[in-house]
Design a protein around this ligand. Structure first.
Ligand code: AMP
Ligand code: MG
Length: 301
């Protein structure tokens, strides 16, 4: 487990000043780990991750049986920050029946013809399930803010180009949307995987150098990297405006993959446990029915 006071430091506090530069992408738990050799660190990390996954599997089992709450996990990050790996890791611990992943790419013409939340609403998890959004409606205030031409007909009639008011309206709509979901039994957890620009370069080079990783590299990744500062500004504004008690943002250190995975699994497990999901009660009436069924089966030839 990551210490609860550290998890608390990663959470963006509603109404408080928020600066990305106060968050260290290279953080890795404690000095105690610095002294470990590479192999010992790997082993230690694996032990932490294994415990995490066992805890998560147990929590998910209860969530599914209880059937009152849904969990929505939102993952946002720059390219190569480890979203896919985090999903793979977190999912490896849970029953696939109670889980779904939705990845959002460039919207289609049909999606663009609707309001910006439409396509995401259709992918929301139902009660008892965990839904992971690999990118989300936050792209509509991130990549779209960096490249406003992507708005197309989503710009209100008469508006020349989107200004401060336009983005503030979107933040407001997102907060209202998440409040609505929370009131209807969806627990929302949002993670920004905070990768440093230096580590992104290292990972891009690895994708270029290792043939089995080539497929992960796309030329547009480099183009987006040139807009790094604009993205960081967009993230800072979006996280500050939309981190609420019902739907908090966590800024997760992403330069060390095992830290990212441990933090996400930890926050999700803690949140599900906080709901205290239970296996449904068996009433006296149920017990009678079960006894009758047992007798019937036993009486078979
Ligand atoms: P990847 O997740 O690396 O496969 O890339 C998906 C691409 O789709 C990224 O370049 C995103 O910026 C882009 N994308 C996702 N959502 C939107 C959106 N709402 N509008 C425009 N582009 C988007
Ligand atoms: Mg990509």
């Amino acid at each position: 487990m990551i210490r609860p006071d550290i998890i608390d430091l990663l959470r963006v506090k509603p109404g408080k000043k928020f600066r990305l530069k106060d968050h260290n992408p290279g953080w890795k738990q404690s000095e105690e780990f610095e002294e470990l050799g590479k192999d010992a660190l790997k082993e230690r990390a694996k032990a932490i991750l294994d415990t995490n996954l066992a805890d998560l599997a147990e929590a998910q089992g209860r969530l599914y049986a209880d059937g009152r709450y849904a969990v929505l996990i939102v993952l946002q990050a720059m390219d190569a920050a480890g979203k896919d790996g985090t999903i793979k890791h977190v999912m490896s611990g849970v029953n696939p029946q109670g889980c779904q992943v939705s990845s959002f790419k460039k919207p289609s013409a049909e999606e663009l013809a609707h309001d910006f939340l439409w396509r995401y609403v259709k992918a929301l998890p139902e009660r008892g399930r965990i839904g992971i959004f690999n990118r989300s409606y936050y792209e509509d205030v991130l990549v779209v803010k960096v490249h406003p031409e992507l708005l197309g007909r989503q710009l209100p009639p008469g508006a020349e180009k989107p200004g401060k008011k336009f983005w503030e309206a979107r933040y407001e709509d997102i907060v209202a949307f998440e409040r609505h979901l929370a009131r209807n039994g969806t627990v929302i957890l949002k993670f920004f995987l905070n990768l440093s620009k230096g580590e992104q370069k290292r990972r891009f080079l690895e994708r270029l150098d290792r043939p089995e990783k080539n497929w992960k590299f796309s030329a547009s990744d480099l183009a987006e990297r040139t807009h790094w500062d604009a993205y960081m500004d967009a993230y800072e504004d979006a996280l500050a405006a939309t981190s609420t008690d019902e739907a908090p943002w966590y800024v997760v250190p992403a330069d060390h993959k095992w830290v990212t995975r441990a933090v996400v699994a930890d926050v999700v497990t803690t949140a599900i446990r906080g709901l205290d999901p239970r296996y449904p009660d068996v009433t006296d009436e149920d017990r009678k029915r079960l006894a009758a069924a047992r007798a019937q089966l036993a009486a078979e030839e």
